[in-house]
Write a protein that binds this ligand. Sequence first.
Ligand code: NDP
Length: 337
Amino acid sequence: MSANSEVILVARPVGAPKPSDFTSQEAAEPTMGAGEIEVKLLWLSVDPYMRGRMTDAKSYIAPFEPGEALEGGAVAEVTASDNPKFAVGDKVTGMLKWRATQTHSGEGLVKLDPALPNPSWALGVLGMPGMTAWAGLTLHGKPKESETIVVSAATGAVGSLVCQLAKAKGLRVVGVAGGAEKCAYAVEALGCDACVDHRDPELKKKLNEACPKGVDIYFENVGGVTLEAVLPLLNPFSRIPLCGRIAHYNDTELPEGPDKSGLLWRLMLVNRVTVRGFIVTDHWDKFPEFLAEVTPMLMSGQVKVKETVMEGLENAPEAFIKLLEGGNFGKMVVKVA
Ligand code: NDP
């Protein structure tokens, strides 16, 4: 019997993913080929974009296939190596299968700096979500001191760094998050000037009060009622880095109700709004620039990090399901070993 294990996609979820869409099973022991490495998973990242990969809709990344192991951002330890770039004991990060032990060519894997206090940061603040926050804010938000930015999913992996970077650049920062505890954290720990609960029936009124000079940048992570509340507040020449739409990832059809596209486009026109959809990998060449700005802020304590940690590879599907429901506080990661 093999001691190895993996998590596979059983079926493409319809609507919100359910535990039965995934299963954990025994996997074959890996056999390392020439020039390859063998790695043991230490940490896995669960990320909202993975929901899109569970459908077969045309996208910027290939879909997961039912019956196959999932894959995602991970940190692993090299346990055997026939590749001169990697030694046994090295910690590496990159895209890996949701399989406890696996072989890899090494291509696309990056060695972690041994000085990094928490390897899981490579999956959050110093990894893909951190880079997303930095690129979306800097390259597409084009922030200027004393402007007002609204950040949705403000306490999450991406949003929490957007808030802190924007504050450091002298903006008025207004977060939108789910619940009183997350809103309090956004103000007290992340330095937001205000934070509004997106489930509050008075969201529109409260957001209006929190943005007395209107909104110059809306960092869009969610869509839904938050987007609707922000739109009337947009200032002339405002920018919307369109990063994500998590409120819609489980939609199976367009939301019911009157078509609001006429109103939406009118607002975009009269305010000369720039909406810029972006995918973090478009900007991967700027990763060193991002690290050079954010690493010192993190090490000095200026940037704060929160994680929700779930234990065990077999619990990765549950971590993913919780992430889509807002059951994470900060970056959601899975500790495998
Ligand atoms: P988060 O850590 O922010 O976790 C997701 C959060 O979304 C939840 O905690 C929840 O926060 C919020 N949420 C879930 N459902 C809803 C809803 N219906 N309405 C409002 N908020 C909701 O995830 P990430 O930081 O990893 O990702 C944030 C966004 O950025 C996602 O849309 C993701 O797809 C996008 N992204 C885009 C990338 C790109 O290249 N364009 C790269 C990486 C991420 P709360 O409890 O506060 O509601």
